[in-house]
Design a protein around this ligand. Structure first.
Ligand code: DGL
Length: 251
């Protein structure tokens, strides 16, 4: 593997852009290939076997492109398939996002907490292990079925209606919100509008730091001083997605 090779990063759609945004702050000189699997979106209600297969196809593509590291920028794929992929592809490092529930334990243990994530993440063994290890006994786990989908679609009215319907009963009762799906940071403001003043916990900045450490340790950091290049691939060739993705990156 060599320093100039790209970092592969994937999600079921464009949600992983919220992870790439954080990565670019610490690793501005890398080449990135972002894969948005919108053809198979959403991942949240798929079986473990289906997710393993989808992830393997994406990983094979990254390996063909000679990527030096792979970032799983999807909590659902990470919860279900990170270990599966690590066991099968031993030569390439996988850096996987997870809901920032440990941060609540470390920094805001006494506060009432809402974990928002897909059904797949909340039901996964990996998340349950994390939850039971760091449980603050004031936590509500909320599977947000269909939410990643409407964020992906970008329909603001649908998002507002969804949040009102599913979150309004928690208004004033919740202090911490764990954004356990990489699509959710895109609607942080809208969530705040419904819940009132809350503190958000997002795993992406920690993933970015961890990726940097992994690359440093393996002497794979690209420090040539060139600006990052980003190649965007969408499995359904959706030009609109591409446009939105690059708009969010520039924000
Ligand atoms: N961004 C994905 C996640 O972090 C969304 C999953 C889905 O497609 O349902 O879980």
């Amino acid at each position: 593997m060599n320093k100039n090779e790209a970092i592969g990063i994937f999600d079921s759609g464009i949600g992983g852009v919220t992870v790439l945004r954080e990565i670019l702050k610490v690793l501005p000189n890398e080449n990135y290939i972002y894969y948005s699997d919108s053809k198979n979106n959403p991942y949240g209600d798929k079986s473990d076997d289906q997710i393993h297969e989808l992830c393997e196809n994406i990983v094979n593509l990254f390996i063909e492109q000679k990527c030096k590291a792979i970032v799983i920028a999807c909590n659902t794929a990470s919860a279900k398939s990170a270990q599966y992929l690590r066991d099968r592809y031993r030569d390439i490092p996988f850096i996987a996002i997870e809901p920032a529930y440990k941060m609540v334990h470390d920094y805001a243990y006494n506060e009432s907490t809402l974990v928002m994530a897909t059904k797949g993440t909340i039901e996964s063994e990996k998340f349950n292990l994390l939850y039971h290890t760091y449980d603050n006994h004031k936590t509500i786990l909320l599977p947000c079925i269909g939410l990643a989908d409407i964020i992906e679609e970008g329909n603001e009215d649908k998002i507002k209606i969804y949040l009102k319907e599913h979150l309004e009963s928690y208004r004033g009762k919740i202090k911490n919100v764990v954004l356990g799906c990489t699509h959710y940071p895109l609607i942080q403001g809208e969530i705040q509008n419904v819940l009132g003043q809350v503190t958000f916990f997002n795993g992406a900045p920690y993933l970015a730091k961890h990726l940097q450490e992994v690359l440093e340790e393996k002497h794979l950091i690209n420090n040539k001083g060139m600006k990052a290049t980003i190649q965007f691939i969408d499995s359904s060739n959706d030009e609109q997605k591409k446009k939105r993705f690059f708009e969010i990156i520039k924000e």
